[in-house]
Design a protein around this ligand. Sequence first.
Ligand code: PLP
Length: 416
Amino acid sequence: MYIVGDEEIEALATVVRDKALFRYGVGNQCERFEQRYAAWLGVKHFSLAASGSNALAAAMTAIGLGPGDEVLIPAHTYMASATSVLAAGAIPVIVDIDETVTIDPKAIEDAIGPRTKAVVPVHMWGAACNMAAIMEIAARRNLIVIEDACQGVGGGYEGRKFGAIGHIGCFSFNYFKNMAAGEGGGVAVNDEHVAKRVRCAIDPCHFYWNGRDESEMPFAANGARASELMGAMLNVQLDRLDGMIRAMRTEKKKILQGTAQLGNIGLRPTPMNSPEHDCATQVMYTLPSAEAAARFAKLFPSVVAGKTGRHNYTEWDQVLMGAGAAHPAMNPYNMPANAACRRTYSKDMCARSLEILNRTVMIATHPQHTAQETADIIHNVSVAARHVLGGGPLAEADLRRGAPVDAQKFDLQADA
Ligand SMILES: Cc1ncc(COP(=O)(O)O)c(C=O)c1O
């Protein structure tokens, strides 16, 4: 959570005081947010869900994925991008990322097989995927694009909002995201038929409240309905979003400008697919080696992308073990319809991704950083780079105090 204040407390208190916690009948916060956020994204429909994982599963189900289908997933993302594919009965196929730390369009093209139906570009850490290349491949090879914008709330690609570029987009509003309600998520889509299916997947009993729709065949699904507390909180968070993203973009630009001269000793900003439009929640550098990145991150608070535990495919236990459901008969890996899908994984299958991630360091921006705090980051990057890359000496006093890394958010591994 970036910024929270009395406005959120007041909005939540009103919902509680009014005893209007249920979205149908008594409340209007969820509906208000859905309409406002759809307009903000520039899509026709937005549906809130209990989490980003539920949103992804609803999207996969709604677009009709199922047994016999493969879906391409990047090696660097939270496991829900992959487990949501399994929730629909389909099989995730893991492909490499490139130096932008997002899915490599060339790896997508190389991985497309006869069963591949969809691809999931994930805007990791708020950094944009190469959407132009991905949408071009998708059009040419007949793939559905499910944008995982869970970490990309508020950002965009070349003037269009994340989650509104692919055929369907998914968001998380959990505690760590750019708009936060503790937990929460949602699905953005233009197609009305798919939107109705999304609503059915999120709440199969929604017709009871909104009226039956004879044109749509309902189906059974688990409930993942949003509460009015979530809606109320998000309505306030949405008011803050543009200002927050603007502030982070400004800080990121300052840090990149302030460290540009370190290019002469080999400090290279990570390539970006849409530097003017992404979320700017992280400033990233691609170092020449994993060893240099580890030393850099030890010197002052920063994170090596390869050491962020749950965000790398090597930590997705259930996927790697083929445990796609609780009951063996419901496990997509056991289903005869999936026999021709690629169902085997190994920890070194995307070694290129791991190599890149272990050389990528990330420094968090913050919308409330003061000019002094930004200057301290620039100073510390310079000191660390001169020492690690330039071989300069380091005195303890050279580094200024900075905010510690949020270890819970980044799931930092012990050897990081
Ligand atoms: C890229 C990505 N996808 C999906 C999710 C799942 O969202 P949630 O935690 O709200 O279920 C997350 C959450 O961390 C995420 O980072």
